[in-house]
Structure formats: C-alpha cells, structure tokens
Ligand binder design. Structure first.
Ligand code: CMP
Length: 334
C-alpha cells in the first residue's frame, strides 16, 4: 500500500461530496495532473464544508434527539422479530444499541411491490431507506449511456441510504426481480436521528483504508468499497493473546491495522504479519477448511475484522483472488 496515496488520494466520501455538485460517474476521470491537483483542492474544500455541515447537523440533531418523537407503526411480535433479524443480517444498522434498534423497528413500515415495479428511480428525490424482507431486487445505474446492471439485493440487505446520507438525488434505480418483494421502509427523520450519525462515522473511519487496501483493487465500484466499511469492526488484543487457534474454524477474517501477529504451526513460529492490510482467518471462511496455523498477538494491538456472515456481500466478489492468495501465502507451509 502506498502511504502517499493513503494521505493524498481522493477517497469515496470525497467523491460522493463531489457527486453532489457534478452529477456524473462516481470516480474521477481527469487525465491531466494539473486538473487533478485543482480537482483535489476543490474536493478537499468541499469535504471540509461537508464535514462541517455533517457535524453541525449532528450537533443540531443531538439537541433535537431529546424531543424526537419517532414514528411508531404497530406491528405483531412476529413482524418485529423478523425486522430485527433482517437488520442483523445486513450492516447498515450494526452500530445501533438495543434502544435505538427498538425505535427503528417501531418506525418501519411494510411496503409490498410486484415484479418489474420500480422501488427507486435514479434522479428522483428520496426520503426513505428500504430493508429487504422477502424477494429479490435488481439495481441499475445509468452513467449516461443506458442502464448498467450493478447487483441484486437479497433479504436482509438495505438500499436507498445515499439520498438520505448526502441529500442527493437517487444515485441508481431499484426494480423488483422476483414475483413479489416485501420491504420495510424507514423514514428520513428516524434515519437522520438514529442511524445516520453512526453510519457516517463508521464510513469515515474506514474509508481511506478501504480505498487503498491492495486486496480490493479488483473491486471497481467505489460504492462497494464504501459499503464494506459497514461490515468492518475492531477488536483489541493483548500481547501473547492467541487470536486464532490452529485446527479451529474462524468466524472472522481479521485484518491488520497496527502491530505484529505471528503465524505459528505446531507451536513453531513461521513468520510475522506486519503490514497494514495483511489478513488471516480466510482459510476457514474462503476455503471452508480449519485453520492450518495459530495466530498470536506479538504486542498490544487492534485488529479490524469482517464477520463470516458478511463475507458473501463483501469479499465473495473477489473469491478467486482470495483462493489464489491462500496458496501464495501459505502454500509452502501447508
Ligand atoms: P440512493 O441513491 O438513495 O438510491 C439508489 C440506491 O442504490 C443507493 O442509494 C444505494 O443504496 C444503491 N446502490 C447500489 N449500488 C450503487 C452504486 N454503485 N452507486 C450508487 N448507488 C448504489
């Protein structure tokens, strides 16, 4: 990873801010370096403005929170449980505490759509976010030359957050693929006061790392990298802690943030992971085997991790590379 790039490169949140002003593709396409410098300066000013307005807004919202009377739509116990399950499956709501989850569940409204119906149309104003309960939906984006298929949404996933996060027009269209889709809709006010702050904080926390993590270079869509930050968490370890035991199945893919982790086989130290972005726990999750090595913290440290349940919506897209890397990294020790 190039540290210069980490410090200076325009990242996704910057690009998203730029998108608010120039409604075009999400990535920079300037060829000239002068243009790039100007563009980066403009983007940075823009970001400062945006960050200020986000924090000013958050501050205002903090005061508002006291008086906030969330929308409440009565539901059966069964429905509430199902919404909670769906919220846990995705990551948009991963930073919420129990009380906040209850408020969000109360505010959700059931919406039923049928095959080929548009749930969201690119370019329109957006005031709600959706969580998929049942059914499948396709997402298309028009970059200027007709719709390009981006992805299919499945139960537990959510969409429609960008218009709420950045007060921008809808950035893509979402159409029902299955015969029927049951969605849970969350209003802008509850989203802004309960979900938005946590979501922005989390996305800002990991954005630069994700933009520059070599492993993700095959993932072209900056939006997919941004979404990954919702699935990233952190854990502290003390020197000497066994993070993962040989013979175990890992429930996380761990990613090095700082510090050193030794890789051991049968109590023999083989080598150390020391680079930002080095990762482990992938053998169990990607290849489905038990771990061939133990991983031990060589100093007090923090690791990022992606839970197993988020693998299919984050790293699965680059599974072939992950499999190849397992061979390259560990082949000679297996
Ligand atoms: P929003 O812009 O509110 O409405 C369309 C939604 O499509 C958007 O939020 C995202 O949730 C989702 N989406 C999925 N992929 C993309 C993408 N590549 N660019 C923009 N939006 C995307």
């Amino acid at each position: 990873m190039n540290p210069q790039k980490v410090r200076n490169g325009p990242n996704f949140m910057q690009q998203v801010n730029k998108k608010k002003h120039v409604d075009c593709a999400l990535s920079s396409n300037s060829d000239s370096s002068d243009d790039e410098v100007e563009e980066i300066v403009a983007i940075k000013k823009d970001v400062q403005k945006q960050r200020f307005s986000v924090s000013a807004e958050a501050y205002g919202q903090f005061n508002k929170k006291e008086n906030f009377k969330a929308k409440f739509i009565p539901k059966s116990k069964d429905q509430s449980e199902r919404i909670k399950q769906r919220m846990q499956a995705g990551f948009m709501f991963s930073a919420l505490n129990e009380k906040e989850i209850e408020i969000v569940v109360g505010a959700m409204e059931e919406k039923i759509f049928h095959k080929s119906e548009y749930v969201i149309k690119q370019g329109e104003e957006g005031n709600v976010l959706f969580v998929v309960d049942t059914g499948e939906l396709d997402c298309f984006k028009n970059y200027g030359k007709g719709d390009v298929f981006l992805k299919t949404y499945y139960p537990g996933e959510s969409f429609g957050e960008l218009a709420l996060l950045f007060q921008s027009p809808r950035a893509a269209s979402i159409i029902v693929k299955s015969d029927k889709a049951i969605l849970w809709q969350l209003d802008r006010e509850t989203f802004n006061l309960i979900v938005k702050e946590a979501s922005i904080k989390k996305r800002q926390q990991f954005e630069t790392f994700l933009e520059n993590w070599d492993l993700l270079k095959e993932i072209k869509d900056p939006y997919d990298k941004l979404k990954m930050s919702d699935a990233l968490f952190e854990k502290q370890f003390k020197k000497g802690d066994v993070i993962l035991q040989q013979g175990q199945k890992s429930t996380e893919i761990f990613i090095l943030e700082q510090g050193r982790v030794s890789v051991n086989k049968n109590n023999q130290k083989l080598f150390e992971l020391i680079k930002l972005g080095d990762y482990f726990g992938d053998q169990s999750i990607v290849a489905g085997t038990v771990e061939s090595f133990s991983y031990v913290a060589e100093e007090d440290m923090k690791l990022m991790y992606i839970p197993k349940k988020s693998y299919s919506s984050t790293l699965k897209e680059i599974e072939a590379t992950l499999m190849k890397n397992i061979q390259t990294k560990y082949g000679k020790y297996l």
